[in-house]
Design a protein around this ligand. Sequence first.
Ligand code: NAD
Length: 350
Amino acid sequence: MPGDGIGPEVTQCAAEVLRHVRPDVECTLAPVGAAALAAGLPALPAETKALCDRSDAVLFGSVGLPEYDGLPLAQRPEYALFVLRRDYELYANLRPVRVFPGLEDASSLRPEIVRGLDLIVVRELTGGIYYGRPKEQRTVDGVEEAVDTMIYRAPEIERIARIAFDLARGRRKHVTSVDKQNILETSRLWRRVVTEMSAQYPDVRLEHLLVDNAAMQLVARPGDFDVILTENMFGDILSDEAAILTGSLGTLPSASLGSRGSAGRQFGLYEPIGGTAPDLAGKDVANPTAAILSAAMLLRHSLADDSSAARIERAVDGAYADGLRTADVARSAGAHVSTRAFTQAVLARL
Ligand code: NAD
């Protein structure tokens, strides 16, 4: 689903890379977002939704354009994502953050602090304060007030914790669980459930951090983190903080995994964490890395094909190591290549 703005350009690049490593994967193109609205269809057309029902995974571009910004959610392109997340119960948001070799100077932190940085944020995406009820503004005894409700049920914590521990096993075997257990009851339950689950993963080191401390440590010693496990709102904030460590939104993929599917065939939606970047659309200048690495995540998590995913990641690393840069990560005086040229460089290294 290419979507809007730079979505079609970068999704096309990702699909080419995906087809190159796995020609047997059947890919079907479907309209979504403003592209669907402009054709007189809803943001998530029924046919697109039916296609998702029959698919193992969705490779998503991004949706949204400034001209729709003032409208109610149900009439905006972003409504498509809202429906997909809700209907497929995409409860686990995975955001890997890596600094590519040679790209340390693109970060806002000093190169020696971000060199070798390789972490993944595992954020709970369908619970917590964003969804809890009551959630309203009201007037009580003549005074205006507002309430949001933070609520977690133990099974919601268990399923997201399991994803974090399983991921850690394939990485550096270190989970940092982030909460606010000195203040919040939900955090006390969170910490207890995560600690109990860690008994099933004796090979994985579990560390707990309070969210305020985690926010500091993430910029002080980002290289020490491996898997960061956290609830919805904390994850929203920390994953954006982690993202900026690399210097450009254009390099960062994401996965949102749902409850549908089985081991090895887990349904998921894969997309760059950035938006539609209307300022760059149609100019062949956007960085396709996030979309290409989203395709790699799709192979790893929804098609259980770790080796093809790793091949793509090595090819991207290779392109950066050889000095190729799109405009967003180019050194101030340095040359840069187009979206297409960067993709060709990745294809050439596969
Ligand atoms: P944005 O992420 O589109 O852009 C923020 C900045 O990052 C811009 O300077 C942009 O040029 C840059 N950028 C983003 N992706 C890039 C890439 N691949 N290569 C190089 N630079 C890149 O955020 P915004 O401007 O706040 O939002 C634009 C539109 O996107 C809005 O309509 C918003 O609702 C939508 N949006 C969609 C999603 C999604 O589909 N998941 C996410 C965020 C925003």
